[in-house]
Write a protein that binds this ligand. Structure first.
Ligand SMILES: CSC[C@H]1O[C@@H](n2cnc3c(O)ncnc32)[C@H](O)[C@@H]1O
Ligand SMILES: [Zn+2]
Length: 447
């Protein structure tokens, strides 16, 4: 008998393996933050003695979701400006609000709100792009969530950095600081082709190669972006990025709603990854990313929520469901993007895109124990012919009961272990009041 930290038993384990297995009557053995075994429960009980023994009778276990595109502190701007196209939303509402409100405290409180929402919905890793990334990194590390923090670059000054050189310098400091952190990694994060110059993009391409970092960028989000690039550079953004040597297996191209068949082949040939954000694309009426065609071409596709200001939630269940339903409609083919492909996009594909597939994204021996338990016992998810189908097509995030990251439990029976919900709620209320009052200074209070 080997003494280990934790044994988790469940009727179903969906490990996200190439053959789309659903394991029945299995248990996971976890020690020092890693999965050390996954086998029939009888065998696990013969070989291991867990300090914690958890037995689920109606749950499915699967790897935690990987939210491959977020701007976490923007959760404090949720619902501030809705029902607008992207550039009007950014230019007239979001960028002015950011100019007015962003500070270290705003970032800390916003990131905390977002992380709490993500953890409770089964998200164990997020790929973020926002101002004061060192603050987001610190909050993520303190709460025990895994994160890839963007070293942002944008051509306009902010309270965080004066100019592109300053953004890059501060990003590199962050990268240095988190070199050996177990949960926090960094990525280069130029905002978008229309906000970052060739000079900065060339420097980012060199840094990506030298430091072996992912490059996280909004690309081909709208038709306007394509037209503006044609006017300014005479070529489409993707072609410009190709000339700047940014198309590579390190690139996470977020959105990609505007793609020609030729561009799909180029992305596949270059090994770049797509981060599909269906709900944000739908809400801003940006178009549809042709994921069925991309899949067929062999492109790796991950899923992201984008921010709570354009979505308006950080819910990977809705992203999975929308991704599969939308793909079927766009392709006029109900057979494309299956349940198992949807689960894979929300987990292992995100890990691949971030260069973390050796570490997370599936429940396999040797990987980090980033695990979620989903309760399938209630009537909304009955009967169960295929638990994977229930998760994609019927369940919602309120069915996530327990969450572990690197073997540490962060949600236990729906309760936070590392976070104080009432503190987060009262912080958020304070921001709501401040932002509301500044928007409508003369509005009479009703209560
Ligand atoms: C440089 S920090 C990130 C920057 O991106 C803005 N943003 C949020 N959502 C989107 C989107 O869908 N497309 C483009 N830019 C977006 C955010 O407000 C920050 O300024
Ligand atoms: Zn975004």
């Amino acid at each position: 008998m080997q003494n280990i930290d934790t044994i988790i038993q469940a009727p179903w384990i969906i490990p996200i393996t190439p053959d789309d297995q659903v394991l029945e009557g299995y248990s996971l053995a976890i020690h020092q933050g890693r999965i050390i075994d996954c086998a029939p429960t009888e065998k696990i009980k013969t070989y291991y003695q867990g300090q914690n023994q958890i037995e689920f009778s109606q749950h499915a276990l699967m790897p935690g979701f990987i939210n491959a595109h977020t701007h976490s502190p923007m959760s404090l701007l949720r619902g501030l400006a809705d029902d607008l196209p992207l550039m009007e939303w950014l230019n007239d509402h979001i960028w002015p609000a950011e100019a007015k409100w962003i500070s270290e405290t705003f970032i800390r409180d916003g990131a905390l709100l977002a992380i709490a929402e993500m953890l409770r919905g089964g998200i164990t890793c997020f790929n973020d792009m926002y101002f004061f990334p060192e603050v987001v990194a610190q909050v993520a590390a303190e709460t025990g969530i895994r994160a890839v923090i963007g070293m942002i670059t944008i051509d306009f000054p902010s309270v965080w950095a004066k100019n592109p050189q300053d953004y890059i310098r501060k990003g590199l400091e962050l990268n240095n600081k988190y070199q050996n952190h177990p949960l926090i990694k960094t990525a280069l994060a130029p905002h978008a082709p229309y906000t970052v110059s060739d000079k900065s993009l060339m420097q980012i391409a060199i840094l990506a190669k030298e430091l072996h970092l992912p490059v996280h960028m909004h690309i081909h989000e709208t038709e306007d972006e394509i037209n503006q690039s044609l006017t300014q550079y005479g070529i489409r953004p993707l072609e410009r990025l190709q000339r700047l040597e940014l198309l590579s297996p390190q690139l996470l191209a977020v959105h990609m709603t505007q793609l020609t068949n030729e561009e799909i082949q180029i992305i596949a040939a270059k090994g770049a990854h797509i981060v599909h954000c269906p709900e944000s694309n739908l809400k801003l009426a940006n178009g549809f990313c042709p994921i069925a065609k991309l899949y067929q071409a062999g492109v790796n596709i991950a899923l992201g929520t984008d921010s709570a200001a354009s979505n308006n939630d950080l819910d990977m269940f809705t992203e999975m469901r929308l991704a599969t339903l939308l793909a079927k409609t766009v392709a006029h083919d109900a057979k494309v993007i299956t349940v198992n492909q949807a689960l894979r996009m929300a987990t292992l594909n995100g890990a691949k895109a971030l260069g973390l597939e050796q570490e997370i994204g599936s429940l396999e021996i040797g990987k980090a124990a980033d695990i979620i338990a989903i309760d399938l016992g209630k009537l909304e998810t009955q009967p169960i012919y295929n638990p994977a189908s229930q998760i994609v097509y019927a369940a919602s995030r309120d069915k996530v009961s327990d969450v572990w990251i690197a073997g540490q439990q962060v949600i236990k029976k729906y309760q936070f272990i590392t976070l104080d919900e009432s503190f987060i709620l009262s912080n958020t209320k304070t921001w709501e009041k401040k932002i509301k009052e500044a928007k409508n200074p003369y509005e009479r209070k009703i209560s």
